[in-house]
Design a protein around this ligand. Structure first.
Ligand code: ADP
Ligand code: MG
Length: 219
């Protein structure tokens, strides 16, 4: 079986950056990896993603919830489970905790409802480990501004389009939500201080993976 690693945190915390670095490192070690994301890890998911990121369409919190879940179940069936069975390590940019943070802590959907749906669709496919990158909201915003300037017209991720326009107060709720998630699932999730330089954050992630025995054995 492969190892299932998810990356979480508010937009601009450094998920994509850290995924790229870890992917490179694991490949150097001879591990077969697959980088994927939610929403949009499958054909159906790409179509669902378009709806979710469009700021022209108004989506109720439950509509959002069910669209994310539809994307997730498809992703699990088509990509995540078959890959893990083949020994491939999955590095997934956002997963179940994003729904708990955004639709739960952010928009007020009852956590119990989200958890019940997850129990039904994830079954035993929970991530082996979840990296929650944490940094101040103001810092994340500043990084996003720089990123947008560096790559004009670059397709932002879903959070940026639909939720970043929302207030800093909303982002604060998400940040607190993520920290709460780690408190509730300390065996699976851990917080990394993402406000430090890219290399330090990367080393921290590797050290935690090693500590939790989720690192390829040296041959
Ligand atoms: N630790 C860091 N320190 C400074 N800048 C960073 C750091 N991590 C990422 N960045 C930059 O911040 C921006 C957002 O990072 P990114 O990895 O795209 O975040 P996310 O995927 O979580 O939205 C990018 O331009 C990236 O180069
Ligand atoms: Mg990203």
């Amino acid at each position: 079986m492969g190892v299932f690693i998810t990356f979480e945190g508010i937009d601009g915390c450094g998920k994509s950056t850290q995924i790229k670095l870890l992917d490179r490192k694991l490949k150097e070690k001879g591990v077969r990896t697959l980088v994927t994301r939610e929403p949009g890890g499958t054909e159906a998911g790409c179509r669902i993603r378009q709806l979710l990121i469009s700021t022209e369409v108004c989506l109720d919190k439950y509509t959002q919830l069910f669209l994310f879940m539809a994307d997730r179940v498809q992703h699990l069936e088509e990509v995540i489970r078959p890959s893990l069975r083949n020994g491939i390590w999955i590095l997934c940019d956002r997963f179940a905790d994003s729904t708990i943070a955004y639709q739960g802590y952010g928009l007020g959907v009852k956590l119990e409802l989200i958890e019940n749906i997850h129990r039904e669709i994830l079954k035993d496919t929970w991530p082996d480990i979840t990296v929650v990158l944490d940094c101040p909201v103001s810092m994340a915003r500043k990084r996003l501004e720089l990123r947008e300037r560096a790559v004009p017209g670059c397709p932002s991720d879903v959070g940026y389009d639909r939720y970043e326009g929302a207030s800093a107060k909303f982002q604060e709720k998400l940040r607190k939500g993520y920290l709460e998630i780690v408190k509730r699932s300390p065996d699976r999730a851990f917080v990394v201080d993402g406000s430090r330089d890219v290399g330090t954050v990367h080393s921290d992630i590797i050290n935690t993976l090693k500590k939790r025995k989720l690192w390829p054995s040296e041959t």
